[in-house]
Ligand binder design. Structure first.
Ligand code: MG
Length: 536
């Protein structure tokens, strides 16, 4: 208790100090940050985080169209992911906040430094495009709604990304080579993996096959723990959902994955596979780079039979044609079909927290014009996919076709020539995007999961992503999480690697639920926010 209070007190002091340091900046507007240009038009300062900066935003026709819409000048600052990661804390502590930030902050930052974030709910009359967005996509509105205030705006990259972020893949060429059926249960998968191990499915005369490859245990993207969905429990391993913290809901009751009997089943199953040589024994200790060399290899000979990732193209590169999505498996053959679920991460895949405004921004009228323009259809498409007509053609009737020229540096997305997933905007469901390679690939990979995803009750099986604890509760959750994960993730990895789950489970549960770890405290916190969220 004492430790937590002290930590909270320190944060409060830091926030106070930062707020005090903001005062001189408010009066700024000096030579390096003029409020108006020589032509008398207002200047809006926007900082955007990007994953590549080969082509600058200011050179994109998209930027000139935005300037025309706001009758203002925009001064862009671009910051790479790495640089932002290094500078963010210092900049926030110093109050060095841009007028408009794109993909810089999240709601934890808002909770920690509330003074840096303008309440946009007071400007909605100036933002009809954002209003229309919120009416069309209530989930996006709920994500940012903080007791009726909006301190951030979300983005919506369109229905092409309304997909689970995680898929399980199997080498269909190998199945065909060995005359095997697609497995539908855990037992059938095990038999297929044994055949992959023993029957040289890649046909090179060597026993070089890795029947199944998995990443480290986590509640994040592409975790092997998505197999929980076979047991009837739903995961949402994306973004900052309660699921990524380790919690789910069943019959209105919040529970921990760590404590579930179904987790024991998943762990026992993986241990069986590993002990039979079907998953590399050094999975949890090897260098991460080995994973890609085993899935993508030389682009000619496949080495991996089954793995879990985003899209088959992303996971297997030049070998992608050999792989298909493995439809979500039943734990046992006698389970009813509707009990099989899949990773329900589509909200976090489609929507993102993206735009923030500094309350000290001088030209707020111009800022609102920029924002409203960004959330219009055409500029949203240009912001994400590339300027029209250079990279995208406007085919009429809300159809847009991306030119192959938009895909540079070997990328299957448009991050070089557009803001891509760092954009602020709304691509409505009425828009059709042709030749969006990344969406087409992941949508194809998602097809086989649609039926299982249809079994998920979005608010009964999943803690919605708009369930958001307060700053104080977040502190408690995070402190407890560190202790819980340190103990439980290691223990589960050991069970998978070395066995002992049957004999060791009760002791593990006893230690896991010791009051000192705070698991029950975290469950109680999420219970409160879950109930609030579903009544919203
Ligand atoms: Mg071989």
């Amino acid at each position: 208790m004492g430790r937590r209070s002290l930590h909270t007190a320190k944060l409060a002091v830091a926030a106070f100090a930062a707020a005090a340091m903001m005062v001189p900046l408010a009066a700024c507007g000096g030579d390096d940050h003029p409020e108006t240009a020589d032509d008398g038009k207002p200047i809006v300062y926007i900082t955007v985080r990007r994953n590549v900066t080969d082509v600058h935003v200011e050179d994109m026709p998209f930027s000139q169209e935005l300037e025309a819409a706001c009758d203002c000048h925009i001064q862009w600052e671009e910051i790479t992911d790495n640089a932002w990661g290094q500078q963010k804390s210092a900049k926030m502590a110093a109050g060095d906040i841009p007028d408009v930030g794109l993909s810089l902050f999240d709601l934890n930052d808002v909770a920690q430094y509330p003074d840096y974030f303008l309440d946009l709910s007071e400007y909605m009359d100036d933002l009809p495009n954002v209003q229309a967005f919120f009416e069309a996509q209530p989930t996006a509105e709920k994500m940012v709604n903080d007791d009726g205030h909006y301190y951030m705006l979300p983005s919506d990259r369109g229905k092409g990304y309304r997909v689970s972020a995680t898929h399980m893949f199997i080498n269909k060429t190998w199945l065909d080579n060995l005359g095997l059926e697609m497995p539908t249960t855990w037992d059938e998968l095990e038999q297929v993996l044994i055949a992959f191990r023993d029957q040289d499915p890649n046909g090179n005369g060597q026993a070089d096959e890795i029947p199944m490859n998995i990443r480290d245990l986590s509640f994040g993207l592409w975790s092997p723990l998505v197999l929980l969905n076979s047991t009837g429990i739903t995961t949402n391993f994306m973004g900052s959902s309660a699921s990524t913290q380790g919690y789910y809901v069943e019959d209105g009751e919040v529970k921990s994955y760590y404590e579930a009997d179904e987790m024991k089943d998943v762990v026992a199953y993986y241990n069986k596979l590993m002990s039979e040589g079907l998953i590399p024994k050094d999975t949890f200790t090897r260098d991460d780079s080995q994973y890609a060399s085993q899935t993508q290899n030389d682009g000619k000979t496949a080495l991996t039979g089954v793995s879990i990732g985003w899209s088959s193209a992303n996971e297997y590169g030049d070998l992608a044609d050999q792989y298909v999505t493995l439809p979500p498996l039943k734990q046992t053959a006698d389970m009813p079909d509707e009990d099989v679920k899949w990773d329900y991460s589509m909200d976090g895949t489609e929507f993102a927290y993206v735009l923030s405004v500094n309350p000290e921004a001088v030209n707020l009228d111009a800022v609102m014009k920029v924002i409203n323009a960004m959330y219009g259809e055409k500029l949203s498409v240009e912001g994400y996919f590339g300027s029209i007509p250079d990279y995208v053609s406007d085919d009429g009737d809300s159809q847009y076709t991306i030119s192959d020229d938009a895909y540079v540096n070997g990328r299957s997305d448009t991050a070089v020539i557009a803001l891509q997933d760092r954009f602020a905007g709304w691509i409505p469901d009425s828009v059709t995007i042709v030749n969006d390679t990344n969406a087409d690939e992941v949508t194809a990979s998602d097809e086989a999961c649609k039926e299982a995803l249809g079994h998920v009750d979005p608010t009964g099986d999943v803690i919605p992503i708009w369930a958001r604890p307060s700053q104080e509760d977040n502190e408690t959750l995070a402190n407890n999480k560190t202790a819980i994960d340190n103990f439980a993730l290691n223990k589960l990895a050991t069970f998978i690697q070395d066995g002992g789950v049957e004999e060791g489970w009760d002791t593990y549960i006893e230690q896991l639920t010791a009051e000192s770890l705070g698991l029950q405290q975290n469950i109680d916190i999420w219970q409160k926010y879950y109930e609030e969220a579903i009544s919203q």
